[in-house]
Design a protein around this ligand. Sequence first.
Ligand code: AMP
Ligand code: ZN
Ligand code: ZN
Length: 491
Amino acid sequence: MLIYMIPGGCRPLFYLLAMVLTLVSPHTLNHHEHQDHSEKERPKLLLVSFDGFRWDYIYRVPTPNFRSIMDEGVKVEFVENIYITKTYPNHYSMVTGLYAEMHGIVANEMYDPALNLSFSMETDSVYDSRWWEQAVPLWVTVQKDGGRSGAAMWPGSDVLIHGMFPTQYLQYNASVSFETRVQQIIEWFSAPKGEAVDFGILYWEEPDESGHNLGPQSPLMDAIIAGIDEKLGFLMNELKKSGLYEKVNLIVTSDHGMAQLSPEKIIELDQYLDRDLYTWVDKSPVVGILPKEGKFDEVYGLLADANPNLVVYRKDDIPEHFHYQHNVRIMPILLEAKEGWTIMQNRTGLFMLGNHGYNNTLRDMQPIFVARGPAFRQNYVKTSMRSVDLYPLMCHILAIRPLPNNGSLLNVQDLLSLEPTTSTPISTHFTVPPKIHRYSYAPVVGSFIGVVMVLGFLVVYVILVTLKQRPALKHRSWEMSQPLLQEDLHL
Ligand code: AMP
Ligand code: ZN
Ligand code: ZN
């Protein structure tokens, strides 16, 4: 109706104005921003673990591929992993941000007195969900947030946890080659939009296996380390070939390091106490001792000062900083060998030249950590972090709200590039509205044009209305008025 209040001659001008305003209005701009945001792809992250890759292996032989990740990205010199420095506890910490006493995977071999069940990574017990459900791994959280994950043999990733498997995963099979695992991960990341994974996890058994068999000091380890660097090069090339290299944030790390053992450094428990007094849980160098009913004091008394290379803890006395106490799966007595020593019942057992599991503050127990990609700074070396900090870092990169955890993003945020594009949670059910990080001049220019046109329209409108309301001059026309004015001026 308002349109009919505008003088007929002005209507074309009004239509033109309305069209321009529609095109440049802030509402239209917001709509474009919104569409852009909702169609934005989730940030991509691939976490790779080379089992038992000690922090200093890269300094031992040329490792050009590790070097290139460091140059293009970040490296952390000291990574304090979690106690105990074994494969299952540490891999679960990386994807939960929790210490072992919190996530419940306290060892590779466990006994749960509440469930009256035993767990061994060498049996099907690993597939019993109950072992894993004291925590929620990141792939479950990603999927609950509407994202997708893909897992190639990561410990626990082929187990149903809180009712979920990873969106894509491989059943554990040690004989599947690294190259096949990589190709599978690349395929999952490269799937069409809506099917591609956002978070990938990739596990490889080496150099852990060789480290155990050869001992980390063996010169034969050089070729093994160089071989891991080649495997990393293969992964990088495959990412490049598939156009993912610049899109995917790549973190390459490990669960623990490796210590050199010696057949001269063996602690034989049979020398100190009778086997009938206790049940042995897990393997050297950290062994859980479950004394038989009523035998706690006797067992503890026999072991406490038995050997200078054996640290014996009552469960209640385990140092706080290990975060390894408050869980029923931690046994009443804990034995910890000093670095390089092996705990056995007697010498007939299997002996290895390398092992890990020792105190996590020992330098030899610490893993490698390098990363690159759009979320990371370039050519940056950080002194230290804790492996539990990796979880909040990954949640931040994936724009996922982290579950309660023992890590802190503050400890590791200097690893991140200042470019904020990857840091906005894109989940729609977050209470914090997503920030728009791109600063555009379009809204300002658009509003300016709009205001100028409205003012122009009003000026024209006021002039026309004023003219219409002036008393009509007899025979007056625009052409006639000029001589009149000129005549007036001559007066
Ligand atoms: P560790 O001696 O603590 O470093 O354990 C390493 C070993 O764990 C590997 O050599 C594998 O044999 C085993 N392992 C790793 N991942 C899995 C898995 N998902 N399922 C079963 N065993 C595994
Ligand atoms: Zn391991
Ligand atoms: Zn190992």
